[in-house]
Each structure stands twice: as C-alpha cells, then as structure tokens.
Design a protein around this ligand. Structure first.
Ligand code: AHR
Length: 628
C-alpha cells in the first residue's frame, strides 16, 4: 500500500496556464502531405525533376507528348509548366500520385484549380479521379479553353472513398494544352478555409487544448546549409509566390530517404499564427540565429553580417503584433488579419551549441531587448539534456539574462523514470526552463524500431509529474515530433500518426491530453511513502475555478497497486478518475486498433477523509477530488 499525502492546505508555485504545449515541425510529411491539405504533389512543376509526382498516361491508341517548358509562363514565379500535346487518337495526359496517394471521401466536394491555355486547336481537358484499384471515381470536362493563360476551377465529387486516389489530366481531341499550378483541396478543410489545413489533424490538436505551439522546427529552422534554412518571409503572401525549398528530411536519414519531400510553404507563418489562434495556443516561433545545423554543415554567418537575420526577428514581431499601418503588420492585414496575433515569446536558434552560438545569440538578445523588451527570449541548450555542450551553455545564458532555456531529450524510458527529480535542485532565480522536445524511445534515438508504447507514455507521464512539481522553474514543455505519415515518416516515435484518410492518437497523446486538460493552477506538495519498488510518481495541483484537487499518479509496474490519498486539512466529498492503462507495457495504438490504449473514466470511493485507489498495472491515473 502506498500513501500519498497531498498538502492541499499549502499551495505552492503557480502553474503557467501555457505549461503544456505542442511542437510542430515539417518532418514525417507533417506539413506537405499532412497538415496542409493540398492533395497534388509538385503542383507547379517546381521540383528539381519537374515531373516528380506526375507520370505519363498512355492508353494503347494514344499518341502524344509530355514536356516541361518555361518560356512565357503564366507567372514569373513559376517558370515551369506542363505541355500536353495530343494527336487525338485517344485521350492522352498525365496523372498525379499525390502524397502516397490522395485520400478522398465519397460524396464530398474537392476543389480543383489550375492555370491553363490551349495553344493549338481547342481540345477539352478531362479531369478525373481514379481509385487505387483503377475504378473511376469522378470525371468532368473543361471545354472552351482560352488561348491565353486563365485560371479554371471545378468541383469533383468522388463516388467512393479511397485512400490512394490519383488525379488524371487528359487531353480529349487533338491539340496542345499548357498547364500549371494544379491544385486539389477538400472543401472540408479546417474551418472550411479554401486552401486550408486538414480538418481531422487540426481537430486532434484542438482536442489537446495546448497552451502553446512551437513552430516551424526543429532542425528545419537551421537548414543543413544556410541557404536551406527556414526563412519566414518566404512563407507569407500569395501562396503561389512562396518559393519551394527542399525539406531537410528529404535526405537527412539515408535509411529513410524521401526524395519527393519539399516545402511548398502553403502552411507558412501566417497560417501558423492563425492555427495558434484557432486552437487557443500561444505562438512560439523559432528563428535562425545565423547558424546552419551543427549536425550537418555547421555553416556560420559572420557576426558582422548578422544584421539581416536580426532584422528578420524584429520584422517577425512587427508581422505578428504591429499595427496594420506598419510595413510588416500591413502584410499581415493584407492576408486578412488586421488584429495582432499577440506574440509574447521568440526562440533564437534550435539545438545550437558552442561559443559560436553564444557570440551570435548576444547581438540578437541586445537588439530584441532594446526594441521589444515585452518579448520573452528563448535560447536552446543544445540536443542533449546534460552533456558538455549543455553545461557550457547554461552559465552563458545566465550571463545574457535569457528568459527561458529550451532543453531537449530523446532517451530510453529509464532516463525519464530516473530523472523525475531533475528540476528539484535547479536554481530558482535563473532563467526558466522550457522542456521543448522530448519523447521516450522504446529502442533508441533515431531507431526505426521505436514504437509509441504504453511504457514510453508512462515514462513521459512520470517525468511530467516532476515538471509539474517544479512549475516555478519549468514553465513549458512539449513532446516531439508531433505528426507522422505512416508511409512517409523519417522519425519515430511521434505523437499522432496519420494516413491519407484517418489518424491515430497514441498513448503518448492521451498522456499529453490528460496533463493539458487537468493542469491545475497551483502546485500542491505531495509526499509518497511505502512503495516497494520506489516506482510511484505523483504530483498534485489545485484547480482555482472548481476548487478541485487534481492528483496525477504514475504506476509503471506490471502488478496492481493500492494508494491511499491523504488530504490533511481538507475534507474530500467526491472523486473521479481517468486512467490510461493496458494489458502490456509494450501495447500501443495502431490503425488496426486505434483506441487500444485510451483514457477510461470512473468514480472513486471516498472513505472518510481519505481517497482509496486501486492502481491498475502500468497506468497513469488522474484523480479529481471535490473537497468541502
Ligand atoms: O524532433 C526531431 C528533431 O530532433 C528536431 O528537428 C531536432 O530539433 C531534434 O534533433
């Protein structure tokens, strides 16, 4: 029997209302092929191989040619376009494969738009959706095509649901057609915004109720070389004008290559801020600090040439918060959001280290402090939670008076169980901590064998009780990475797995969700006595709005346990619990069994002044106690 004493009469630190958040990076087809709902891959023939994602269709009697041209394009931003030349012996054209297929749903509306001109003769253009097994799902024909570039659009309604449909563009009759910027979007995007985000994926984020959203990465911020870094200014304004960039996860892992992975920036900085607003999360952009990824080239911008990088940071604050009449606030307003986005924090660099980082961080801090003392500055403590690089950086951050330090850790579950007291001894007067990337690895970091096991989720939950108990030092935390496409991932484990039609919330997702939904406002001290193995982890908090006491208990062992919750000075009247548990520590959710590990609610008996709990084997229990 374990005794957990919750000192509800001695409330401690306030818990940041934004404590638990999410971290998004375009990895694992998280943006293109994921959150950004565009179904056509390489829609403007801008990939280095302009026909990536497209292939020629040659019915037996068809006679024609496919070419990529660049003279007289419809828009100088898009030099390449597709030419289809058919002799008219049969329909002739190309198909787009989408992102490992296109997910379409029966009867729903899909908006097809393209730029088109008829050069020789006036054939028509047949637009069709075919399913994975070759069945025709929908077709429409565009006629009366103009001789000059024009935008044409049409709505497609597939007759059946298919996770791997393809889009066909077919010339009907003899003639030549030029085609560019081919786009196919579900009507049912998040908030039904044209050209918007995938509704179910945003819903999964909204369902978490995250306190903040860190974006756009991750290593993607840095670039393997500087010219491949994330430049937010290239990601705003008309979507057609945003220049394509190779995604570093295209080539980062030789064991998981993704040669068709590029960033279209259809999900750009405006959309990130809008997403934050939609889901009630505080925006936390991370910007490049004049360094490429030190795991790759480690290219550096000379200190004397850092100004444009610092300018980008200052302009970003104006883009987010400035009045509509300011230069960058005006660009935000022109995109449809004249009110500010209320940016309050900014990360400078991701996983940098060494003196090179400090030398570059210093001028950023000076410039940002001078112009925007209201913005909290976040610095990165490197890729590991306790190595030499980490220990070198921390004192330097203190000297620079950075507000928040971003610590990262990907490690075996044991590391998380063993380090729940990591922050008990942290300096209470120094910078605050943001535990910005973490995930327990069932095998090892970057192993393709990692799974989102219950054991990993419980290790994270145990660690999170330590973060909560130290809420005076740790002010934010986020799991990483967030999304992964089941056929196009580079990194595992991940919080949410998707295919083209559905998604799976992992055990880790449910742990995050329980902490977000049951955060509490003030830390309550807890004492845990009497565990044979020492493996009970607990934290407690008071919910100001309801007066309830929230107790989180992680019991990772494979046998049932008993806990007696003692609440000196208060009288419990009613209790309920939500439990995440399963038969085996290696159990995990999958597309076949998406809810195998999921929270289950029940009531709990209050016995006199105590609450008696049966702890399920390998479980997280969130207990809510109403008190008199
Ligand atoms: O989350 C995946 C990667 O892990 C991030 O891009 C990087 O910051 C870390 O190394």
């Amino acid at each position: 029997m374990t005794t957990i004493t919750v000192h509800a009469d001695k409330p401690g630190a306030r818990i940041n209302p934004k404590m638990w958040g999410v971290f998004f990076e375009d990895i694992n087809f998280g943006a293109d092929g994921g959150l950004f709902a565009e179904l056509v891959k390489n829609r403007s023939f801008a990939f280095p191989d302009p026909l990536t994602g497209w292939h020629k269709l040659s019915p037996s009697k068809a006679c024609g040619e496919v070419a990529i041209l660049s003279d007289d394009p419809f828009d100088a931003h898009h030099p390449h376009y597709l030419r289809l030349q058919s002799q008219g012996t049969d329909v002739f054209g190309v198909a787009n494969e989408g992102f490992r297929g296109m997910g379409v749903k029966a009867g729903e509306a899909y908006h097809l738009a393209l730029r088109l001109r008829a050069l020789v003769a006036t054939p028509s253009l047949r637009i069709a959706l075919y399913g994975e097994n070759g069945a025709l799902l929908e077709q429409v024909e565009l006629r009366n095509l103009a001789a000059g570039w024009e935008m044409r659009s049409v709505v497609l309604r597939p007759s059946a649901t298919d996770a791997k449909a393809k889009l066909y563009l077919l010339v009907v009759g003899a003639g030549t057609l030029d085609i560019d910027f081919v786009s196919l979007f579900p009507e049912n995007t998040w908030k039904r915004r044209p050209g918007g985000l995938r509704a179910d994926m945003v819903q999964a984020l909204a369902d978490l109720k995250p306190g903040f959203l860190r974006f756009p990465g991750g290593c993607i911020v840095e670039g393997s070389e500087l010219d491949k870094r994330y430049q937010w200014k290239n990601t705003i304004g008309p979507v057609e004008d945003r220049p394509l960039l190779i995604n570093r996860w295209n080539y980062e892992f030789l064991h998981r290559p993704a040669p068709d992975y590029f960033q279209s920036f259809g999900l750009g900085f405006f959309e990130y801020f809008q997403l934050c607003e939609d889901i009630g999360a505080a925006p936390m952009p991370i910007i490049n600090c004049g360094m490429a990824c030190q795991f790759n080239s480690g290219e550096l911008v000379a200190i004397s040439e850092l100004d444009p990088f610092i300018r980008d940071a200052l302009d970003l604050i104006e883009f987010a918060n400035g009045p509509a009449k300011s230069e960058w606030g005006g660009k935000r307003a022109a995109m449809g959001h004249s009110a500010p986005f209320n940016l309050t924090m900014l990360g400078i660099g991701n996983e940098q280290w060494g003196p090179q980082y400090i030398e570059r961080l210093a001028p950023f801090v000076a410039a940002l402090r001078a112009k925007h003392p209201e913005i909290q500055l976040i610095a990165s403590a490197g890729p590991e939670p306790a190595d030499e690089r980490f220990h070198y950086l921390w004192p330097k951050f203190r000297d620079l008076a950075v507000d928040i330090i971003d610590e990262h850790c990907y490690a075996r579950p044991d590391w998380f169980f063993d380090n729940t007291h990591r922050y008990d001894s942290y300096d209470r007067k120094g910078p605050k901590v943001f535990f910005g990337e973490y995930a327990a690895q069932s095998d090892k970091m970057v192993s393709v064998n990692n799974v989102n096991s219950l054991e990993c989720a419980l290790a994270e939950a145990a660690y999170m009780t330590g973060l909560e108990r130290n809420a005076d030092v740790v002010v934010m935390a986020s799991y990483a990475p967030l999304f992964a496409h089941r056929e196009a991932w580079q990194w595992t484990p991940d919080l949410i797995w998707v295919d083209n039609l559905s998604l799976v919330r992992t055990a880790n997702y449910y742990v995050q969700q329980l902490f977000m939904h049951h955060r509490g406002d003030a830390v309550l001290p807890v004492d845990v006595f009497g565990t044979a193995s020492g493996r009970i982890f607990a934290s407690a908090a008071r919910d100001d709005a309801t007066g309830e006491i929230i107790v989180k208990i992680v019991h990772p062992d494979a046998v049932p346990g008993h806990a007696n919750i003692i609440l000196p000075g208060v009288a419990p009247v009613q209790a309920s619990q939500i439990v995440v548990s399963c038969a085996s520590a290696m159990d995990h959710n999958s597309f076949a069994e998406p809810e195998k590990v999921a929270p289950v609610r029940s009531t709990v008996a209050v016995v006199g002044t105590n609450v008696a709990l049966q702890l399920r084997p390998q479980s997280l229990t969130v207990l809510r106690i109403k008190v008199r």
